[in-house]
Design a protein around this ligand. Structure first.
Ligand SMILES: Cc1cc2nc3c(=O)[nH]c(=O)nc-3n(C[C@H](O)[C@H](O)[C@H](O)COP(=O)(O)OP(=O)(O)OC[C@H]3O[C@@H](n4cnc5c(N)ncnc54)[C@H](O)[C@@H]3O)c2cc1C
Ligand code: SF4
Length: 472
């Protein structure tokens, strides 16, 4: 374990953010890493509990107490090896994971969990800067070929694992670059994209062949992909956004978050936005409808583009400031959280329903709202209006896109419209077709996508070879 009395002697110390006034001038990451010696002191706080609840809190089951101990003892390279044994891309999760591990940490009973995410990020960043992350090239080949559709975290994790098992792996992506929502949804200020590029280079050296601009089920038929490979993994995400079918929805200036955010990420990545109308928040009063991660990313992006004001509406009631630990720990608690983007000056309101959007000369100008109770019943007399020159819909995603790949294959869907498969075999209703990530589980988290990609790779390898040595 870390230092036996560490948790009694050392206070929790988190990474700090650059001041809002500085960070809002550009789209760069703004979290300031801790010095190595401070990370080692934080790792010393780990109590190595008899039952490490953080293990099961972490979807990839990172061996957290083990690498905490290694960091405390200055054995960073060994810690990096341990971390990579359960997580293909800890530099992604170390930046953008909501860290359910910390909610599950025993020290969180006292509101002072080990800074697990900070330590994870420090380990992998050091591993890259020291040159410890190298391609792990398979020593034998199996003669089997696997196609993976979708290069988000699920597809990337699966492709990397399958290549390491010796299969020929082809990764098909409809966009110009790899990463899925990591690249085109999550803004650079939360995660810079060169982190994805160097993983792609590592995977190419390991034998994964990336095919960009290939839209399976559109220009490229899914039957063609199916015929080329011994197994196909569908990791196309859950891209069908939830809409707001109210009066005024067809006015100009109302956009889905995922029409707005990718444009900015492409500008930062110097990709060019293509032949579409630019969506920009500069000089506008922006209304974000939806209180989750996507809504926060819309806020931070709008402020950086020069929005006059940003208001975020959430239909759910305001959550409690602090959870009741006896009821929630070690599970992820519902409580008030303020993202770095919200802290940059957004006005937030809860238990609010938008009932109508009003425009002038065809452009949105005003949102009509009403307060609701916990059953979403409107409270009479609570109606109000908000200025809105631009409205961003960030109310989540309903399920994967069905048209094209999913319908062409005639796949069974679950009750929520996701592609049906269990979490052991990851097999769809069609022979040799598998699915993982948001396409299977619905809108979720990067860390869950990595887990499902790894597990699906294990399942595919076992089906192709009769057994699998790949870790899950
Ligand atoms: C704006 C936003 C912010 C988020 N922030 C966070 C966060 O901070 N932390 C967190 O943990 N999670 C976050 N999430 C959720 C997280 O990004 C997703 O859960 C995760 O990326 C899902 O991974 P995936 O690989 O299953 O799918 P995706 O990342 O959606 O990748 C799917 C890929 O498949 C490709 N594709 C789809 N169909 C086809 C086809 N027919 N042919 C070829 N290619 C295809 C797509 O272009 C895409 O590249 C956020 C989501 C959004 C939208
Ligand atoms: S991946 Fe997420 S849950 Fe797992 S250790 Fe890292 S921050 Fe915690």
């Amino acid at each position: 374990m870390g230092k036996i009395t560490g948790f009694l002697e050392i206070d929790r110390q988190e990474r700090r953010n650059k001041p809002a006034a500085d960070r809002m001038r550009n789209f760069n990451e703004f979290v300031i890493p801790l010095e190595d010696r401070d990370v080692e002191r934080q790792a010393a706080r780990c109590m190595d509990c008899g039952i490490p609840y953080c293990h099961s809190g972490c979807p990839v089951n990172n061996q957290i107490p083990d690498w905490n101990d290694l960091v405390y003892r200055h054995e960073w390279q060994e810690a990096a090896l341990d971390l990579h044994s359960t997580n293909n891309f800890p530099e992604f999760t170390g930046r953008i994971c909501p860290a359910p591990c910390e909610a599950a940490c025993t020290l969180n009973i006292d509101d002072n969990p080990v800074t697990i995410k900070t330590i994870e990020c420090a380990i992998v960043d050091k591993a890259w800067s020291e040159g410890w992350v190298t391609p792990q090239i398979a020593t034998t080949t199996t003669g089997k070929s696997v196609g993976v559709v979708g290069s988000g975290p699920a597809g990337m994790a699966a492709a990397q694992q399958l290549a390491r098992a010796g299969h020929e792996v082809h990764l098909y992506e409809k966009q110009a670059k790899a990463g899925g929502l990591l690249r085109y949804g999550i803004p650079d200020f939360k995660m810079e994209k060169h982190l994805i590029d160097r993983r792609v280079q590592q995977m190419e050296a390991e034998g994964v062949q990336f095919h960009y601009g290939v839209h399976v089920g559109a220009e490229t038929s899914v039957a063609d992909i199916e015929a080329r490979h011994d197994a196909v993994l569908l990791a196309g995400g859950a891209e069908h956004p939830r809409d707001l079918p109210i009066e005024g929805r067809d006015l100009e200036g109302i956009h889905f978050a995922m029409d707005f955010l990718p444009q900015q990420n492409r500008r930062v990545g110097q990709e060019g936005i293509g032949p579409v109308e630019p969506i920009l928040a500069g000089g506008k009063h922006v209304l974000v409808i939806g209180g989750g991660d996507t809504g926060s990313d819309c806020i931070g992006t709008s402020f950086r583009q020069g929005a006059l004001s940003v208001t975020q509406l959430e239909i759910m009631p305001v959550p409690p400031e602090r959870e009741n630990k006896e009821l929630t720990w070690p599970h992820w608690p519902l409580k008030m959280r303020t993202s770095s983007s919200q802290a940059e000056g957004a006005h937030r309101d809860f238990a609010v329903m938008t009932t109508r959007l009003e425009g002038e000369s065809g452009r949105v100008k005003l949102a009509h709202c009403v307060r609701v109770d916990e059953n979403f019943e409107q409270l009479p007399g609570s109606e109000f209006t908000l200025k809105a020159d631009m409205v961003l819909l960030a109310m989540g995603f309903v399920h994967p896109v069905h048209e094209g790949m999913v319908t062409d294959l005639g796949l069974s869907l679950d009750g929520r419209g996701n592609v049906e498969a269990d979490t052991r075999a990851y097999r769809t209703s069609r022979d040799k077709i598998y699915t993982a990530g948001d396409m299977r589980r619905g809108q979720s988290l990067v860390v869950w996508a990595i887990r499902e990609g790894r597990q699906a790779a294990h399942a595919i390898d076992a089906d192709l070879m009769g057994h699998s040595d790949l870790p899950t």
